[in-house]
Design a protein around this ligand. Structure first.
Ligand SMILES: Cc1ncc(C[n+]2csc(CCOP(=O)(O)OP(=O)(O)O)c2C)c(N)n1
Length: 275
């Protein structure tokens, strides 16, 4: 299966898992399907059978509320049994509403409180340098998450310590929980800000597999500089009535909406999507 198809499959799993689980962040998870697919299927040096291998590349989902996308790709790659996805949102599950590094194979950091995964990952990248290890650290950061002050502390720190083994992927879907970023606290001029902090900055279409692959294959690109990849994405990508519509940030579709979403995603069975 090619990666575009895989990302489509991921969207189906995300939608089904969240609807079955009775709640979750659908649009924020749909916006990162291609990014995770490319990282986990093409880029990162990982071994699902040996998730703690000290040489492995690390991925941190700093916008932890989009965890179902991470669960879907980890299950797809065989870090744990796909059956676990059916337990999402249930008592006793390993797959909670935010990812737990102590319960889920392949999860590198417990995230969900926005603004923490990024500094955590900066520490991992620094540790690699100090230990003379050559693993890479990839961090997926939300754009709304950039409204947290700790993001900018980490952004200042990484260039000073020359963490070129670090790549931050910014999911620039232009929305946060309540509305457009631009209406609340704008990040612009985004590229100039990060460049001024000392980052090597690139911009790609976050739904374009070949652009993502090319940019991730090119890191580390400048010796001594951390990398920022700004991925332009659509929040809710794949379900027309959720795309760029803020009320869907944390909301489940009703029966009618469910049918439309299933059709658009290519899910054949409405039955079985909602318990
Ligand atoms: C410290 C903290 N404050 C508030 C929240 C509640 N919250 C969950 S998601 C979210 C919006 C995040 O926006 P963004 O990072 O852009 O994610 P996306 O819109 O892509 O889902 C907020 C405020 C949280 N998880 N952590």
């Amino acid at each position: 299966m090619d990666l575009q198809e895989k990302a489509k499959e991921l969207r189906k799993i995300i939608f089904k898992t969240i609807c079955n689980g009775g709640g979750g962040h659908i649009p924020g998870s749909l916006s990162i399907a291609e990014i995770l697919t490319v990282l986990y299927c093409k880029i990162m040096n990982i071994d699902p059978k040996n998730p703690d291998d000290p040489r492995r590349d690390r991925f941190i989902l700093s916008k932890g509320h989009a965890c179902v996308a991470l669960y879907a790709i980890l299950a797809e790659r065989g870090f744990f049994d796909k059956e676990h996805l059916d337990t999402f949102g249930q008592r006793g599950t390993i797959l909670g509403g935010h990812p737990d590094m102590h319960k889920i194979p392949g999860v590198e950091a417990t995230t969900g409180a926005l603004g923490h995964g990024f500094p955590f990952g900066v520490g991992m990248a620094l540790a690699a340098k100090l230990d003379k290890k050559d693993y890479q650290v990839f961090i997926l950061l939300g754009d709304g998450e950039c409204q947290e002050g700790s993001v900018w502390e980490a952004a200042m720190f990484a260039p000073q310590y020359k963490l070129d083994n670090l790549t931050v992927i910014l999911d620039y879907n232009k929305y946060q929980a309540l509305d457009k970023l631009a209406k609340i606290v704008s990040l612009e001029p985004l590229v100039d800000k990060w460049k001024a902090f000392g980052w090597e900055v690139r911009e790609v279409d976050g739904h374009n597999i070949s652009q993502l692959q090319e940019v991730f294959e090119s890191v580390p690109s400048v010796c001594g500089k951390p990398n920022l990849v700004i991925t332009h994405t659509i929040k809710g990508k794949g379900i027309s009535f959720m795309e760029n519509v803020p009320i869907w940030h944390y909301r489940l579709p009703n029966e009618e909406e469910m049918k439309i979403a299933c059709k658009e995603l290519g899910l054949n069975e409405v039955d079985g999507v909602l318990r």
